[in-house]
Design a protein around this ligand. Structure first.
Ligand code: ADP
Ligand code: MG
Length: 749
């Protein structure tokens, strides 16, 4: 039924064109080419601002010919035609410092057509790479087409023609946008649109007043007016959201239909004992989420839940209580951390929190009422690792903590009932599936996000999970004030930082100093007290500027008058584990007053007496990392301060991140900002979206309402028609989305 879209292209556009399209775009089917949408549309009447065209990419632009001169070459036969084109933007120093901004120079070799057609005053489309050579901008090997005599528009009235948008396709060096347009226009004439099975159910199309699918294809490729392509795009954007959300809804339904082992609460188990010994009361959010989890664990269909929560909102306790319920019911629980350091920290803190309710493998036999907590990571000594694996396999270990590597090794569980994944963002759908495969029956799954993520990202990246949110912090958290310390504009503030630290210490409090690096390497003597000419350093001959390092800063602070007599200690990942835990113990006991560390303290460290955090070269960290880091201060009811120190000039793009972090402590707001500042592709990588990585028309932030509506529709569709028997077009579109190899496969078959 869907045959038209899957039909080989040669059947509609001929063998020759089909071969060209396959060679350059890798597209072999009618649907493939129809869905190859223009990236944008140029206005025939306007010239493209040359300063906005990216360097070194294949681009298409409209420009006016300023001059054309042809000269004979001296050394060999032939001629060179130099053509200068412009966007009419005038002169003056441009953003790229080119000699004549708004102007591009092109040299054609023996190009008779260029010579004849590119006369001064003519306007044309050019396609090629903009490059910079000897200070001026040029266009390398461009192809061109005169605009005034568009072959496809004979007899159109000039006004209409001027309003007609020019579709610009993602072009390649060998295939121009207008060649693609030409082939597509043939396809629009020959395709059997009546045979396309519309992925959008008729009811939704009517409700949203969408264009019929055939019209939408025509107008997105060959619009007469800007409104045409906008309407077509609205439709396809929604369609994309619906396909994605339906794929996720179907996956949710399939997961829910699996059979898991119910893990019911036990009245005299470890969980009630743990609750009795908790030194604080759960927040309302923790209690509510706990109840949801307890209910779902007791079902015989697997829990698949995402727990989002602000930094410090107390997710670990929630997860630990779920793990204890599973252990009480005779099962095992695994906690997966993204790094070995984090796994070790979780291991320590969970054992501490459990107190007498836990035992480790070495001190076995402490009594049957305690749960054995086992750490299993790649860096354990062989004997210890072997023992940990034995304990996991035999069921002796009730809670196993490690990195996801432990799941790819020959690790087996006796009866794995619950998998908790901490810091979700490094685990994609495939990894979640790999984890599930570890248990004989599908285990319950809890994914925790250390950084809150926007709702729409949750709906797309984690759309196969149900979501819970912890949005309040435990009582006793004081506000954290965050300031950007710009040493480029205020060099004197460098020493002020250390007197500020001294004030905190004199008041009985403690200080964290965080550096992006461990050692000073070979190139010497950076001290954060020096104000660096950062721009010069960044661009200078000597390469990158030297970043603050743990060892360098510790050396510097030894001679810092403001901190004389203050016990300072370094902490970083390359230290011996024994030294590391001694250092942490000394800081926790308020003997060490100032801790200079890498981001090892990002998670898990919990010293209530620490009130000031100084992050050096803060521009080196991401938004969520900075947000996590500063969550380490202001924990004990004392107000916290975080200084984001940078040597970058104000206005440097990386300083926007710092300003964002300083402007709010709302993690959700920050993650929105993070998304805006990053490229979307980083977030929806192939492994995370569970299918084709490219969202073509959807932008997760911009189109939140589209995604939300599509999600509701998808849920209704899948609820009524789980295998999409009555929605053939949608089913086919999902298959296509989930299986990019399919086109090639059909071709071979
Ligand atoms: P996150 O959600 O960032 O993982 P944690 O689980 O590490 O947060 O919790 C942060 C700190 O808050 C821990 O020291 C934990 O013991 C403490 N905590 C958790 N829940 C509460 C509560 N209800 N009341 C007081 N402190 C709590
Ligand atoms: Mg945590």
């Amino acid at each position: 039924m869907h045959a038209e879209l899957e039909l080989g292209l040669e059947r509609r556009i001929g063998k020759r064109s089909a071969a060209v399209i396959e060679k350059h775009l890798g597209i072999t089917t009618v649907g493939g080419l129809l869905n190859y949408f223009p990236r944008r549309y140029l206005n025939r009447g306007e010239l493209t601002p040359i300063s906005e065209v990216p360097l070194d990419e294949d681009v298409t632009l409209i420009a006016r010919v300023v001059s054309s001169t042809t000269r004979q070459m001296r050394a060999r036969r032939g001629s060179i035609t130099d053509v200068v084109i412009s966007d009419d933007a005038g002169t003056g120093p441009g953003p790229r410092g080119g000699a004549l901004p708004g102007t591009l120079k092109i040299s054609f070799f023996n190009a008779y057509r260029a010579r004849a057609e590119l006369q001064p005053g003519r306007r044309a489309l050019f396609s090629g790479k903009v490059t910079r050579y000897a200070g001026s901008l040029g266009l390398t090997n461009p192809d061109f087409q005169l605009l005034d005599e568009d072959p496809d528009t004979p007899g159109m009235d000039p006004e209409q023609l001027a309003a007609m948008p020019i579709p610009i396709y993602p072009a390649t060096a060998k295939l121009t946008s207008w060649s693609i347009q030409k082939v597509v226009s043939t396809l629009l004439d020959t395709a059997e649109f009546e045979d396309i099975d519309d992925p959008l159910p008729a009811g939704i199309a009517a409700r949203e007043k969408f264009l019929p699918v055939a019209d939408a294809y025509r107008l997105i490729h060959a619009p007469q007016t800007p409104a045409d392509w906008q309407r077509a795009r609205d439709r396809f954007r929604y369609q994309e959201a619906l396909v994605l959300q339906s794929a996720l809804a179907r996956r949710r339904a399939q997961l829910a239909a699996e059979e898991a082992t119910a893990r019911r609460p036990v009245a005299d188990g470890l969980l009630p004992a743990f609750d009795r010994q908790l030194p604080f009361t759960l927040t309302a959010g923790q209690a509510a989420v706990g109840k949801t989890l307890a209910g779902e664990l007791a079902q015989d269909s697997p829990m698949n839940r995402l727990l989002q929560g602000e930094v410090g909102s107390g997710k670990t306790i929630v997860a630990l209580r779920a793990m204890l319920q599973v252990v009480d019911a005779g099962g095992q629980a695994a906690l997966l951390a993204p790094t070995e350091v984090l796994a070790a920290q979780h291991y320590e803190s969970i054992r501490r929190t459990l107190g007498p309710l836990s035992r480790d493998g070495l001190l076995g036999g402490l009594g049957p009422d305690a749960v054995q907590v086992t750490l299993l990571t790649g860096s354990l000594p062989t004997a210890a690792r072997r023992q940990a694996m034995l304990d996991a396999a035999s069921g002796t270990a009730g809670i196993v903590i490690g990195t996801h590597a432990l799941l790819s090794e020959n690790v087996t569980f006796y009866d794995l009932g619950l998998i908790v994944v901490d810091e979700q963002h490094r685990f994609g759908v495939e990894q979640r599936d790999a984890l599930r495969a570890k248990a004989s029956r599908p285990p319950h799954l809890l994914v925790m996000t250390a950084t809150p993520i926007p709702r729409t990202v949750a709906m797309t990246v984690f759309g196969d999970l149900e979501t819970s949110v912890l949005d309040e912090l435990p009582a006793g958290r004081a506000p954290i004030s965050t300031h950007v310390v710009g040493l480029a504009e205020h060099p004197a503030w460098a020493s002020r930082i250390w007197s500020r630290a001294r004030e905190e210490i004199d008041a009985g409090h403690q200080v964290y100093v965080v550096c992006p690096k461990i050692g000073t390497d070979d190139d010497g003597d950076f001290s954060p007290g020096e104000a660096e000419p950062s721009a010069a350093d960044l661009e200078g001959e000597n390469g990158a500027r030297e970043l603050a390092s743990v060892t360098g800063v510790v050396d510097h602070l030894r001679d810092e008058p403001a901190l004389s007599g203050v016990p300072v200690a370094p902490l970083h990942g390359r230290q011996d584990p024994v030294l590391k835990s001694e250092t942490m113990a000394s800081f926790t006991a308020n003997q060490t007053k100032l801790l200079v560390s890498t981001t090892v303290i990002e998670v898990g460290v919990d010293v209530h007496n620490a009130t000031l955090m100084v992050i050096l070269d803060a521009d080196r960290f991401g938004i969520s990392q900075l947000h996590q880091l500063r969550g380490r201060v202001g924990r004990g009811g004392l107000p916290g301060t975080c200084l984001l120190v940078t040597t970058l000039e104000p206005g440097h793009p990386s300083r926007r991140r710092l300003d964002a972090v300083a402007a709010t402590t709302d993690g959700f707001e920050l993650s929105q900002e993070d998304l805006k500042l990053r490229r979307e592709g980083d977030i929806l990588g192939a492994s995370q979206s569970g299918g084709r990585s490219t969202l073509r028309l959807l932008r997760v932030l911009e189109h939140e309402d589209v995604i939300a509506r599509a999600r509701q529709d998808a849920q209704a569709i899948i609820g009524a028609d789980p295998d999409l028997g009555c929605h053939a077009g949608l089913a086919a579109a999902i298959d296509d989305y989930l299986n990019p190899e399919k086109e090639a496969f059909l071709e071979r078959g």
